[in-house]
Design a protein around this ligand. Sequence first.
Ligand SMILES: [Zn+2]
Length: 77
Amino acid sequence: MNRTQRDKNRRNAAALASAARAKVLMGHTCENCGEKGGHWISTRGISLEGLVTGLDDSEGFWTCPKLYGDNGRRLAA
Ligand SMILES: [Zn+2]
C-alpha cells in the first residue's frame, strides 16, 4: 500500500469516527435545554469514592447554546 492510499485511509477513518461520534451525541437529549445533541462534555466520570458515598463528583462542562451569549460568554445562571 503506498503513502497516498494510507493517508486516504486515515482521513476516511477519521471522518467515519467523527460521524459515529456525532450520531451518538444526537442520541442524547440535553438535560439543560431539552434539545437533541450532547451538550454536556464529560472530562472525568464519577469516581469510585463518589459511587460509594453517592456524591456525584464527575467533572465536565456545558456546550449548550442556551448557556452562552452572542459574545461567547457564559450567561449568569
Ligand atoms: Zn442544551
